[in-house]
Ligand binder design. Structure first.
Ligand SMILES: Cc1cc2nc3c(=O)[nH]c(=O)nc-3n(C[C@H](O)[C@H](O)[C@H](O)COP(=O)(O)O)c2cc1C
Length: 207
């Protein structure tokens, strides 16, 4: 039985201050079940451009730290924007760093899930498909579920609080599937008193 918290390393592929994908990622962390903790990576923009000429001894500390945090996590959760039908270059660059050295990638066999948010109606599905494809190519165990978060500009208030219950439920299901696929703790039991109270209200209104 797992005694330490089940840890999920979270990456947002956006550098934007008010990024919807970063909001989705933070929301996933906030609603994660008991016993599941997210470690959110805030330095994706500080990773240098990957070059095979600069591997080995020249690999910067920030890359070593990035890889170590992935290695130490039980699972990976990626929130990707869609740029021109795919994931942003900054996210691909981060995944390329994490894929090296060949045969020693910290992503090999790592359980992973991908979500994508966009102001458009399709919710970054093409970026999600590409991110899943790349993670699979690296050797991660990617859950076979997409979570398109469309019309993202309508889903949050100014403090980043999720306003849409359906999206929130979908996000909770996504996290639960990832945790389950990685052998993590079972989801929290539904709150019996909250269910009782809601059902009583429903019956009272129905007369
Ligand atoms: C260069 C560029 C290309 C974009 N291409 C797409 C696209 O192909 N599909 C889409 O749904 N949105 C596209 N968008 C809009 C992004 O979805 C939008 O800027 C979104 O807010 C980015 O995610 P973020 O809020 O997490 O930063 C594009 C934006 C930029 C800057």
């Amino acid at each position: 039985m797992q005694t330490s918290p089940f840890s999920v390393f979270g990456i947002s592929g956006s550098l934007r201050q008010s990024s919807f994908n970063s909001m989705v990622l933070k929301r996933a962390a906030a609603i994660a079940p008991e016993g599941v903790e997210f470690d959110l990576f805030a330095d994706i923009g500080a990773l240098p451009h990957f070059s095979e000429d600069c591997e080995g001894e020249l690999t910067p500390t920030i890359v070593h730290d990035f890889r170590a945090r992935i290695a130490g996590a039980d699972a990976l959760f990626v929130a990707t924007p869609e740029y021109n039908g795919s994931m942003p270059g900054v996210l691909k660059n981060a995944l390329d760093w994490a894929s090296r050295p060949t045969g020693e990638s910290v992503l090999a066999d790592k359980p992973a899930a991908v979500v994508g948010a966009s102001p458009g109606g399709r919710g970054a599905v093409r970026a999600q498909a590409d991110a899943r494809k790349v993670l699979t190519a690296i050797g991660a165990e990617v859950v076979d579920r997409e979570l398109p978060v469309g019309s993202a500009h309508e889903l949050f208030d100014e403090q980043g609080v999720m306003l849409d219950q359906e999206t929130e439920n979908g996000l909770a299901d996504h996290v639960a599937l990832l945790v389950e696929s990685a052998g993590g703790p079972a989801p929290d039991e539904p709150d019996e008193l909250a269910t009782y109270s809601l059902e009583c209200q429903r019956r009272a209104l129905a007369g």
